[in-house]
Design a protein. Structure first.
Length: 177
């Protein structure tokens, strides 16, 4: 939680936790897991973010989500309600670190994948990834390296084996600039 990214598309300004600015679609099972840890998560949020509803109420049917349904986090100020507005980072992620519990199945998988994303049968880059300095930083890890663990958790070991082989064959890794 120490990485500093710059929003280069709109005036080259520091934009910490850039991935957290819009809110996120959350599988209903992840929503329920977050709500089961509400006390731990809320303790890391500013009081007005902790007290408000964290999710939209409408469940959308979406076969791309593990349960087939998702909701969306609400926005608070300049970001997702779970952006720990008093400090950096996702409150769900920070609660897992502080509590010593595994965030898998709790922190939204879409967040864990960023800047990778997926749609139907494709793994792709988040639409706004190119807007940030980290997309072109010469010393940045590849998107695959950033998302590898989450990709394996979500899509399985066979995909990771195939991507590891592709990465090994690639002279520059799977870097997307």
């Amino acid at each position: 939680m120490t990485h500093e990214c710059r929003l280069v598309k709109h005036g080259d300004r520091l934009k910490l936790d850039a991935c957290c600015q819009y809110g996120v679609d959350v599988d209903v099972a992840e929503r329920d897991a977050i709500l089961a840890r509400a006390g731990e998560v809320a303790a890391l949020l500013v009081p007005d973010a902790a007290a408000r509803p964290w999710f939209t109420t409408e469940e959308k049917v979406d076969r791309d989500f593990p349960s087939g349904r998702h909701v969306r986090t609400v926005r608070h100020g300049d970001g997702c309600v779970f952006l720990a507005h008093d400090r950096r980072g996702c409150a769900v992620h920070r609660a897992a670190l502080a509590g010593g519990w595994d965030m898998r199945g709790v922190k939204p998988h879409v967040c864990r994948l960023f800047p990778a994303s997926y749609d139907t049968d494709s793994i792709l880059l988040s639409d706004d990834y190119a807007d940030y300095s980290c997309a072109a930083a010469p010393d940045a890890p590849t998107v695959y390296r950033v998302a590898r663990e989450a990709l394996g958790d979500i899509f399985g070991a066979a995909l990771i084996d195939a991507l590891d082989r592709a990465e090994a064959r690639s002279a520059n890794g799977l870097r997307v600039l």
